[in-house]
Design a protein around this ligand. Structure first.
Ligand SMILES: [Zn+2]
Length: 222
């Protein structure tokens, strides 16, 4: 009996790790195993039924990319979400990119950058570069938004700063000296106080305007 045979035997016997390993062999075509994406998908699906997280992730990727299985990006995103909920860095990475491109899920750059940043924090290679790339896009969008809106009220949505209250706050926000943060009491700002210590603001330290929470993408004109 060869090593390959024993893996087959254990996989057929219902061992999730062996099912996953066999799926990987079929996915890449390693050793004596021919490359066969539909067989890979079959073994990943079997291991997935036992809650094997890497198998859930690999099956989700195959379903999302319609490799070896019928194309179903929405189902793929849902399956990848299960593995991402288990903090699988690769699942977070792939799901993050799907949120960026709107594959199987609505485009959501905020969700994308969060997932990619988590994946990067957990050491997934390349995730830091993608997280930074999307963060740059979001920063550019935020700055354009802040400059286009009346500088009258300090407005935050649940994910970002939406409008500034006074020219000094606008400057700080554009320079990212003051940034959006989530505090225990909800959305807030993080910046330096008058003594130069990092502090969480619930009102503007310059003009005293209180933070107002507004829906994301609120319409300001028309
Ligand atoms: Zn202000």
């Amino acid at each position: 009996m060869t090593a390959g045979d024993s893996l087959e035997t254990m996989a057929a016997g219902g061992d999730p790790d062996s099912q996953f390993q066999l799926g990987v062999q079929y996915l890449y075509g390693t050793g004596d195993t021919p490359k066969d994406a539909s067989k890979a998908a079959e073994w990943f699906r079997k291991a997935m039924e036992s809650g094997h997280v890497p198998a859930i992730r690999e099956y989700g990727i195959l379903v999302a990319s319609s490799e070896g299985v019928e194309a179903d990006p929405e189902e793929g995103a849902r399956i990848l979400g299960r593995a991402a909920d288990e903090l699988d860095p690769s699942a977070m990475y792939h799901l993050g990119l799907m949120y960026e491109k709107g594959i199987g899920v609505p485009v959501d750059m905020q969700k994308a950058v969060r997932l990619l940043a988590y994946a990067a924090m957990m050491g997934y290679p390349g995730a830091d570069i993608d997280a930074q790339r999307i963060d740059d896009i979001l920063t550019e969008e935020r700055n354009r938004r802040l400059k286009s809106r009346p500088v009258i009220k300090l407005m935050l949505s649940d994910v970002d700063v939406e409008a500034a209250c006074c020219p000094r706050m606008l400057d700080d926000l554009l320079a990212q000296r003051t940034v959006f943060t989530e505090s225990e009491e909800g959305p807030a700002l993080l910046g330096d106080d008058a003594q130069g210590f990092e502090a969480v603001f619930h009102a503007c330290p310059y003009c005293g305007a209180p933070i107002q929470i507004v829906p994301r993408d609120k319409q300001y004109f028309g």
